[in-house]
Write a protein that binds this ligand. Structure first.
Ligand SMILES: CCCCCCCC(=O)SCCNC(=O)CCNC(=O)[C@H](O)C(C)(C)COP(=O)(O)OP(=O)(O)OC[C@H]1O[C@@H](n2cnc3c(N)ncnc32)[C@H](O)[C@@H]1OP(=O)(O)O
Length: 191
């Protein structure tokens, strides 16, 4: 983003937060058809208004905001509270938007979180410009929504372009899910 285009990104984060709230609320309601039709038109109006501000890659605010899912409407926002060269601690709270069955998190959302968290960690402390080659998730217990959970990530091994990494997601002493992944650094010139 050029200096001329720079602006208060907090304002953009506020909009993404409002959108997340919309997604979570959508999972909780049962509006009658008339209200649904009216609300659909309102959402379409907002989308059309936003389209007036479409920007080329590099100038898009969501990308500029970068890591930790905060500027992305679909990724799960999380906090990285402590990071060393080989380990990371963090926290995350899933919302109703991430629900699979009653008050528990959809398994695919947990995998998406691991991909994002482990990928961020590898790019910071492993090897930048790496892509997920594989990501295996073990679901040990159900994962609650609306509760602060703890995350860990650790780099176990680096071999050439390969970074092997593991992660956990816990609710207090209960391990909800564990992940192991391989990230491979792209060869020079590879898009
Ligand atoms: C800051 C950002 C945070 C967000 C992070 C989000 C991360 C993502 O979601 S990335 C998107 C999802 N992933 C993808 O789209 C990747 C698609 N796949 C690819 O691009 C390629 O297959 C890629 C880059 C992984 C590897 O390709 P390439 O660079 O040609 O590597 P290649 O030569 O085949 O293999 C290199 C080494 O890795 C190993 N390897 C590659 N893939 C795998 C695999 N799936 N399983 C095991 N080993 C593998 C190879 O065996 C080889 O090992 P060795 O050096 O010991 O012989």
């Amino acid at each position: 983003m050029t200096e001329a285009q720079a602006y208060d990104t907090d304002v953009f984060v506020d909009m993404i937060e409002a959108f997340r709230d919309l997604q979570a609320t959508l999972c909780l309601v049962a509006p009658p058809p008339e209200a649904t039709t009216e609300l659909t038109a309102t959402i379409e109006d907002v989308t059309n208004r936003l389209k007036e501000f479409e920007a080329p890659e590099g100038d898009r605010v969501a990308r500029e905001l970068g890591l930790r899912g905060i500027g992305h409407p679909v990724l799960v926002p999380y906090q990285a509270t402590d990071m060393s060269d080989t380990g990371m601690l963090g926290s995350v709270t899933f919302s109703y938007a991430h629900m699979g069955s009653t008050n528990t998190v959809h398994g695919g959302v947990i995998t998406m979180l691991f991909d994002d968290v482990l990928g961020m960690f590898v790019s910071r402390k492993g090897q930048p410009n790496s892509r997920t080659a594989f990501l295996k998730v073990n679901y040990r217990n159900t994962t609650p929504v609306n509760r602060e959970l703890r995350m860990t990530a650790s780099i176990d091994k680096i071999e050439g372009r390969k970074t092997f990494v593991t992660g956990t997601l816990s609710d207090g002493d209960i391990v909800c899910a564990e992940a192991e992944a391989l990230f491979v650094q792209l060869l020079p010139g590879r898009p």
